[in-house]
Design a protein around this ligand. Structure first.
Ligand SMILES: *[C@@H]1O[C@H](CO)[C@@H](O)[C@H](O)[C@H]1NC(C)=O
Ligand SMILES: *[C@@H]1O[C@H](CO)[C@@H](O)[C@H](O)[C@H]1NC(C)=O
Length: 983
């Protein structure tokens, strides 16, 4: 995954140069004329001839007066060319629409013997190496080859450039590497060195030794250089005035050395996303970063107390402007002394709480109101509580306020916003139930340009917040779970709708009818979410809408036949859990770009139309829990992108053995209906990617085909409540999918979420642990085998113990014989095991005592005998787990055993209870996906206003990081296992 920095580069770097460029062009044309030396002019023309210049950026390179050509500067005495500046934004005025230079750099460049300044940055040399002859330009003191698409080894010839003051070879979009740093030693005059994104494979020790020779160094940029270690003591002994040190994006995987905090000359220190962990050094309560303006320690695994850190920074309280400590595991409270940092412009402490153990806690200090320069405050996802101080309303310069996901109490009123005239993005939510926003209905907010508002988990209602109507720039309105009841102001929604990108009023108690008329703009790709309310009426026909979520309302009537005509831009449609009846209209298939269709839990009747050919973009179809009848249309399998098909709980009936020809993309197939016949033939050929097969409660006969074992991703197999006979194929023990850690399937979901995947709300039901588990919002991440209530006979195959990541197995109500495989204890992830109502016999294998996650065990009504193990989990099961086995004895049964055999396997692993978090995880995945789709469209309009862009990007990243954080925490193994988070 690209780091925040990486993605930013795409937009911010070119834009920055766009703004810088105009000025430059003016100044470079002031040079006196007629000095141009003929030989040098010929050289320039040779250079021009070899360059590709599709946008004619070098059109001024004609005539004799080469000193006045764009990008050229001559010595005003001798006429020698001193400066060749071909930086894209300097020569092509409009960098966004004009193409950069490309092609070849003619070696005659070296004939410009007096050249002291060479800049080829931001062009596109198509991945060629940096030409060695550049090393012959020994008068150079300025060399900028950054972001010009050079790749390969950096030539050691650069060591001849002993006069260099400035060297930048950072290359973000292609990979340069250095495996021998010795050339660096010669460049002792450097003041500026940037090797950002260069893959340095020589030892960091060599690097810092070389750098230490550069006693005049002011700026050192080593971001994403693949450096594996930080020196334990300061490597910069000879360097006395280093001002900028950027080490971000390196895989240091170590703690933070204290010398970094002793560098009193630094104005900027960047260690973002550098795999740093452990405590932030406290250094007797004092850091020497007394000139620091920009300190970034974000996105690491640092621990420490925020109070101590703010105190340790006290000598910089006049200079500090940017402080990013986000995405760490900091604790402690914000001290009142925070108010002394009067230059602070951007404070980001977000996402320090990922597990309710860490996180910035306590109330927000009142002194926050003294931070008169503060533009952006982000405290998202911490443990802060208390009431929000009214002084926050004094922050006149604040444009972005993010107070999501804390435990705020009390109320916010107009006073909290009193002077926030510049606010453009406002986000507040609390996990504390009392938190409320109380403003009078006639309140006119001081912020007139707000474009994003999110107030969730906060009492805003009971009436709709009428103050929103004063905000003419709003385009994202999220009032989720905000206690709003009554009706929405239809006239206002109509007026706003033309500018809406995102409207989310879900999880309220909004009643009345859906607004009839809306005026959405299809080019905004608006996302509209009214889920979980009490809105009634027929399906609204809002043209222009791209995503429409109306789940859990009181929608009634039939699906209108003109839905495809009126809402032809729909990509995501969720009308589930309503009261829709009638048939699925044949015209629906004219919504050509629909990729997600959820009509589940309604009262639809009739057959599923054979009309799917028209909707080639469909990825997810959920028609479950209706009254649909007939068979499965064959055209459904022709959908090239379909991966989830949910048709359970209908009255569908057909011979399954011949259905599903060539459903080659399908990953989930859920069909709890009245199907008959045997399991589909040639299942590996027809459904090669199948991961979840849910066929509970049909009338399937025949045996379990061995073919099933050749589905490499299968990890949920539910064939319960059928008439399947024969034995359990031993080859089930070979299915690769059951051996994959559950994190693998989370990973799949994650990757979907960022390929334009939709906010799909799953509602798979699985009978586990003796009860129905509803998987809302997520795929079951456990591996599951449920073959219960069939006519299976024979033994439990020994090989099944190879499925080491199996989470649940239910073989109950069959006719199985024999014993439990001895080494069943190998199934260390198993949480639920039900073997009840079979004819199994023999002892309970002692190895089971080592299954430390086992929380549900049912062995009842078999012929088991002997001693019940007592160790570990076995202490927690009650009699019901064993009833109906006459031969069993020992606790918890009343029968004592004559001889005592202790269970073995003293494991002490704690059970990780992730249910709650993983549910939320799914929710965030959906939310993030929703935003990300919208995001690409918006970003065009954000180009103009820098502060807007900043706030918006922040917001998008926050959404994304929320997802990321939950994943990282809930499944700590994931981070290590897949490494997608950092690379
Ligand atoms: C020549 O250029 C230098 C800087 O490059 C400048 O300081 C000086 O004033 C210029 N002399 C004339 C005569 O323009
Ligand atoms: C850096 O170079 C090393 C050695 O050539 C290579 O193994 C590694 O994959 C490279 N890393 C990146 C991120 O390009």
């Amino acid at each position: 995954m690209a780091s925040k920095k990486f993605v930013f580069g795409y937009f911010v770097i070119p834009l920055f140069f766009l703004f810088a460029s105009t000025q430059y062009v003016v100044s470079s044309s002031n040079v006196s004329s007629t000095l141009c030396i003929k030989e040098e002019r010929m050289t320039l023309l040779k250079i021009k001839k070899d360059l590709n210049d599709p946008s004619n950026c070098l059109s001024s390179w004609v005539g004799k007066d080469c000193c006045n050509w764009i990008g050229i500067q001559c010595d005003n005495q001798t006429g020698n060319i001193l400066k060749l500046d071909l930086q894209q934004s300097h020569i092509c005025i409009d960098v966004l629409s004009l193409s950069p230079l490309g092609g070849k750099i003619n070696p005659s460049l070296v004939e410009l013997k007096h050249l002291s300044h060479l800049d080829l940055s931001f062009n596109d040399f198509e991945g060629v190496s940096i030409p060695e002859f550049i090393g012959s330009l020994n008068m150079l003191n300025y060399l900028d080859l950054s972001h010009a698409n050079f790749s390969g080894m950096v030539p050691t010839h650069l060591s001849n450039l002993s006069n260099l003051h400035y060297l930048d070879i950072s290359n973000q979009f292609s990979r340069l590497s250095i495996n021998d740093l010795s050339w660096l030693y010669a460049l002792s005059s450097l003041q500026y060195l940037s090797l950002d994104f260069v893959n340095i494979t020589d030892s960091p020790h060599e690097l810092f030794r070389g750098v230490n020779k550069m006693s005049s160094l002011l700026e050192l940029h080593l971001a994403s250089c693949n450096l594996g270690a930080l020196p334990p003591t300061s490597p910069f002994l000879n360097i006395t005035s280093l001002s900028v040190l950027d080490l971000s994006g390196n895989p240091f995987n170590s703690s933070l050395p204290s010398w970094l905090f002793n560098m009193s000359t630094l104005t900027k220190l960047d260690l973002y996303d550098s795999s740093l962990k452990g405590p932030v050094p406290s250094m007797l309560g004092r850091w020497n970063l007394c000139k620091i303006q920009d300190l970034n320690l974000g996105f690491n695994d640092l621990t420490g107390d925020i109070t101590e850190m703010i105190e340790a920074l006290s000598c910089s309280n006049q200079s500090l402007e940017f402080l990013d400590l986000s995405s760490n595991q900091l604790t402690g409270k914000l001290p009142n002394s925070l108010g002394k940092f009067t230059s602070l412009y951007d404070l980001d402490l977000s996402r320090n709480s990922v597990n309710s153990i860490t996180g910035v806690s306590g109330p927000m200090p009142t002194s926050i109101g003294n931070l008169s320069n503060l533009g952006s405050l982000n405290l998202d996802s911490n443990m802060m509580n208390g009431t929000i101080p009214e002084s926050i309303g004094q922050l006149t310069n604040l444009y972005s306020l993010n107070l999501l996901q804390n435990y705020w109490e009390g109320t916010m009123t107009n006073i909290h916003f009193h002077n926030l005239t510049n606010l453009i993005s406002l986000s507040v939510s609390s996990k504390h139930y009392t938190f409320a926003l109380k403003v009078t209905n006639d309140w006119a907010p001081p912020f007139k340009n707000l474009f994003h508002v999110e107030i969730s988990g906060c009492q805003v209602g009971p009436t709709f917040p009428y103050w929103l109507r004063n905000l003419k720039s709003l385009n994202e309105i999220i009032l989720q779970n905000a206690g709003i009841s009554g009706e929405t102001p239809h006239w206002w929604l109509y007026n706003m709708s033309s500018q809406i990108l995102h409207l989310d009023l879900s999880h309220n108690k909004i009643s009345g009818y859906f607004p009839k008329a809306m005026n959405f703009t299809s080019s905004n790709s608006p996302t509209v979410d009214f889920s979980f309310n009490k809105l009634k009426g027929s399906v609204p026909l809002w043209s222009g809408v791209s995503a429409l979520y109306l789940r859990n309302n009181l929608l009634s009537g039939t699906l209108p036949t003109n839905v495809s005509k009126e809402m032809s831009d729909l990509r995501y449609l969720d009308l589930s859990n309503n009261y829709l009846n009638g048939r699925i209209p044949l015209s629906l298939n004219r919504i050509q770009n629909l990729s997600y269709l959820d009509l589940s839990n309604n009262y639809l009747i009739g057959e599923i139309p054979e009309f799917w050919m028209g909707m080639q973009s469909l990825q997810i179809i959920d028609l479950s829990n209706n009254s649909l009848s007939g068979g499965i249309p064959t055209s459904i399998c022709s959908l090239p992108l379909l991966f989830i098909l949910e048709l359970s709980d209908n009255n569908l009936s057909a011979d399954l053995s011949s259905a599903f020809q060539n459903c080659t993309g399908l990953k989930t197939l859920s069909l709890e209906n009245m199907f008959f016949g045997s399991l589909p033939n040639e299942i590996t050929k027809n459904l090669p990617l199948l991961a979840e097969l849910l066929l509970r409660g049909n009338s399937l006969t025949g045996s379990i085909p061995e073919e099933l074992c050749r589905l490499p991703f299968l990890h949920v197999l539910v064939l319960a409540e059928n008439n399947i006979s024969g034995s359990i194929p031993s080859c089930l023990g070979d299915v690769h999918g059951f051996k994959l850690p559950q994190t693998y399937f989370i990973y799949l979901m994650y990757s979907l979420a960022f390929t334009g995947y939709v906010p799909y709300t799953r509602h798979i039901e699985l009978v586990l642990k003796g009860r129905i588990i509803k998987y809302l919002n997520q795929s079951p991440v456990q591996s599951i085998i449920d073959l219960s209530k069939n006519n299976l006979s024979g033994q439990i195959p020994e090989k099944i113990t190879q499925l080491i990541h199996l989470g649940a197995m239910n073989l109950s109500w069959n006719h199985l014989t024999g014993g439990i495989p001895d080494n069943i204890g190998l199934l260390t992830d198993l949480e639920s095991l039900d073997l009840s109502h079979n004819h199994l016999s023999g002892p309970i294998p002692p190895s089971m005592a080592s299954m430390s996650f086992l929380s549900d065990l049912n062995l009842s009504y078999n012929n088991f005998s002997g001693q019940i193990p007592v160790a570990n989990q076995f202490g927690t099961f009650n009699e019901l787990s064993y009833v109906g086995n006459v031969g069993l004895c020992g606790h918890p049964l009343p029968t004592n055993c004559s001889s005592y055999i202790p269970g073995n396997g003293e494991h002490d692993r704690k059970r990780e209870d992730g249910d709650d978090d993983s549910e939320r995880l799914g929710l965030y995945a959906s939310i993030a996906a929703g935003y990300i789709t919208g995001f690409w469209i918006v970003c065009g309009s954000l180009v103009l206003k820098r502060s807007w862009r900043h706030a918006y990007f922040n917001f998008v990243y926050n959404m994304r990081d929320k997802l990321l954080v939950l994943m990282a925490v809930n499944l700590a193994r994931l981070k290590r296992g897949f490494g997608f988070e950092r690379n």
